[in-house]
Design a protein around this ligand. Sequence first.
Ligand SMILES: [Mn+2]
Length: 335
Amino acid sequence: MSQIHRLEKFLSLFSSDNKVLVVINADPDAIASATAVKRLLWRKVNEVKVTYFNEIIRPDNLTMLRVLDIDMIPIKKIDERKFDKFVVVDSQPDHHECFAMFKYDAIIDHHPFSCDCADFNDIRPEYGACSTMMTEYIKAADIKPSEHLATALIMGIKTDTKGFLRHAAMEDVRAFQFLYRYANPSLIAKIENAELREKDLDFLAKAIRRKKISNHRVYSFVGKIENPDQCVITADFFMKIDTANWSVVSGIYDKKLVIIVRNDGLRKSAGKAVKEAFDFIGSAGGHRSMARVEIKMEDLAKEFETEKVDESVNDSVISDWIIEKIEMHAGIKTA
Ligand SMILES: [Mn+2]
């Protein structure tokens, strides 16, 4: 099917009195794709709103919404009776139970095919990003994208293809090339630089103060923590050290020891290493370059053969235990 034909078929679903709801699981690709649907239907329908059901936490994603003036409504605040057409982009209705709340008129997605239950289904798994598909719609409609729309679509493509380092098709490259002349590089930089919140700085300072480096592996046990996401941010931050191969940041959250592991992906799989090291005592798993471990404090107490382990215990007991376990399984020990 040609792109013009797809566009015509998509637009033919709607008439001027329709109120359209676009439903997404909000990440940069979904946000950009929904924004493009809004633009395609501009002045063609009575109203288009975008709704999302996940919690948006990452500072870069929040910055994207803020600097690009993107307006979305959390699903809790939606009265579905006010809408008569439903569209899902960058997902398929069986991907999440929240999608099942509606019956869809159109599905536009690039994930592996799983559900073509709408009147209009455009599913192209060979594409790196849904934003690429939406760029093709925008081009076919002869729309000159605004600076904000072009920047959003570039963020969608960059995020889903990890900057063209994975799962990118020629179409993604072409869409990027088309969008580039309309996008604002300073806004892209602003979004991509937004890795930290002000409140993360104290955590980061504490983690840096407590760091221990062994065999190019950076460790930090931070004690009691308010939010495990701060361990993730810090583990990513330590990987910026030029000689760091691994980073392991841990803390106590909700009566559990949470350990976040990152490595450069060039050595033993982080997921495999944590499974070997911690599977006997807690949940442990992940991928080649990222992994996560959660151990109940009561199980840790048994391991240490003591009554109770908590943040009041000598920190180095837990810290040293983590280092010992990781060093044993991360690779060749050069003691
Ligand atoms: Mn996507």
